[in-house]
Design a protein around this ligand. Structure first.
Ligand SMILES: C[S@@+](CC[C@H](N)C(=O)[O-])C[C@H]1O[C@@H](n2cnc3c(N)ncnc32)[C@H](O)[C@@H]1O
Length: 249
């Protein structure tokens, strides 16, 4: 069960709670209002999630999920609104339920800190692993015109946005690819940048160690790698006080 993505586990536990409450209602011929039924499902799902050792922030979601469904079903929102919202979320977040790396953006202060780590007087190749809407790439391609900037992104909407941004903005030294970072060979890059989440960092570290060439840089925004001290830490004074962890191979 631990191997399941947390969102799938949460959904299975909701289903288990729903089936248990439905079965009990039938067995004991109980009469529950829809709201009490929903709350009972919520309380049980919360208890199951607690027992399954899900992260604490899942508990309020589990508690309120079915009650929120019941309340929403009682409003007159046309079903197409939910379909459109679902499609938007799907295009924006794509496989986040599995990767546990959602879309959020590096700040301008992080872009500026990154600038200071790039070579100034020679050509180089830079890759943003999970390039979102392309802000890092387009910013750095302006400040370092001698570099070539690559991005890989799996979520369709951010990819399309960054592709258009690059084409319409005339950034000739920028390229984005609709591809998973796990399918990229890092051997050709002098600098690899990532702003992901704690989940993939150990595997990404392995990939960096196996593929990146000597003297190349691996820079991670916010998420460090357990048991591997970075060579340098750059602190920024943005909203989250983001830190950049820099490793030289
Ligand atoms: C936190 S955002 C960072 C965006 C951008 N790099 C920045 O710093 O502003 C992480 C991005 O990585 C993308 N992503 C997650 N897993 C990925 C994978 N396996 N391959 C490529 N992109 C991925 C997500 O869709 C998301 O857009």
């Amino acid at each position: 069960m631990r191997k399941l993505p947390p969102v799938i586990l949460a959904l299975l536990l909701q289903l288990a709670a729903f089936l248990l409450v439905t079965f009990s209602v039938r067995l004991f011929a109980l009469v529950l209002s829809p709201f009490i039924f929903a709350m009972t499902c919520g309380v049980l799902a919360t208890a199951f999630s607690h027992l399954a050792k899900q992260a604490r922030w899942w508990l309020p979601i589990q508690l309120l999920f079915v009650p929120a469904l019941v309340i929403t079903l009682n409003t007159n929102i046309p079903p197409v609104v939910f379909l459109l919202a679902f499609l938007l979320m799907l295009l924006l977040y794509w496989s986040t339920f599995r990767t546990q790396v959602p879309l959020y953006l590096s700040s301008n202060k992080v872009w500026q800190a990154l600038e200071t780590q790039l070579p100034v007087d020679q050509p180089f190749d830079f890759i943003d692993l999970g390039s979102g809407i392309g802000g890092v790439l387009t910013h750095l391609s302006r400040t370092h015109p001698q570099g070539t900037f690559h991005g890989v992104e799996t979520a369709p909407l951010p990819f399309a946005w960054s592709w258009l941004r690059i084409k319409l903005g005339g950034y000739r030294n920028c390229h984005v690819y609709w591809r998973s970072l796990w399918d990229c060979d890092l051997a050709r890059y002098d600098v690899a940048f990532a702003y992901l989440s704690p989940v993939p960092m150990a595997a990404l570290w392995e990939k960096v160690q196996n593929e990146m060439k000597p003297d190349s840089l691996f820079i991670s925004n916010t998420f460090s790698v357990a048991d591997h001290q970075p060579h340098r830490i750059l602190k920024t004074d943005d909203l989250h006080h983001s830190e950049l962890y820099v490793w030289r191979k």
